[in-house]
Write a protein that binds this ligand. Structure first.
Ligand SMILES: N[C@@H](CCC(=O)N[C@@H](CS)C(=O)NCC(=O)O)C(=O)O
Length: 213
């Protein structure tokens, strides 16, 4: 049996996406920056040997590195049995890939890079949250939430009737946004999205992964 280690801190949204895929499929894995008993610091030589851009996650399959969250999750889905996280029909699969990429690129940038990270790693004077940066990020964040509301419609999951890779991409992001002091403002017209988040947070995979430190 292959050994799988997800390299990266458990608070990272993309690390959480890979963890969610493993949990949903019932795949055994280890996670963290400690590999074979030694800490591999972020952006160290060891990390950069696995990921030329110094990002996380990296999946170590029997010590062989694989990077990019989408590539990692698609690999796991194709190799491991258990519930499928992508449909087999090519068009349906392409649509889930489209939504997964939309979330990983545009939604991530608007909600995590430009907003959540300002609260978690403040860059304002004296280590304070830069409220000007927050105010500047709100319109794009609101547009992103509206877009998600429209993709979701009245479906149970973001890609339709089933839990897919797109949900695993989205949940860690929304989990952090919901903790922000500006969450009420952002979710004011997004009742279906908050109901979706509440519902999916109740899944065993989410309870295990979204609460990780
Ligand atoms: N396209 C990459 C993005 C990975 C990514 O941006 N990871 C963040 C953590 S959630 C990171 O490593 N940030 C550190 C940095 O950019 O220096 C993927 O899908 O895996």
């Amino acid at each position: 049996m292959d050994t799988l280690h997800i390299y990266g801190p458990e608070f990272s949204t993309f690390v959480r996406t890979v963890m969610l895929c493993c949990e949903e499929k019932g795949i055994s894995y280890t996670v963290g920056t400690e590999v074979n008993g030694s800490d591999v610091p972020f952006k160290s030589e060891g990390h950069l040997a696995w990921h030329p851009y110094g990002k996380v996650p990296v999946l170590l399959v029997n010590q062989e590195p694989l990077f990019e969250t989408g590539a990692i999750c698609r690999y796991l889905d194709s190799v491991y049995a258990g519930v499928a996280l992508l449909p087999s029909d090519p068009w349906a699969r392409a649509l889930i890939d489209q939504t997964s990429s939309e979330i990983a690129i545009y939604v991530y940038d608007a909600l995590i890079r430009d907003l959540v990270l300002e609260f978690f790693f403040p860059k304002g004077e004296g280590g304070q949250v830069d409220m000007q940066a927050v105010e500047a990020a709100i319109p794009a964040a609101q547009a992103s939430i509206s877009r998600l509301v429209s993709i979701l419609g009245d479906q149970p999951f973001i890609g339709g009737a089933d839990y897919t890779l797109a949900d695993a991409m989205l949940l860690p992001i929304l989990g952090y946004v919901a903790e922000l002091p500006v969450a009420d403002q952002l979710f004011a017209d997004a009742g279906t999205l908050t109901a979706y988040l509440d519902r999916l947070r109740g899944r065993e995979s989410s309870r295990k992964v979204l609460a990780a430190q």
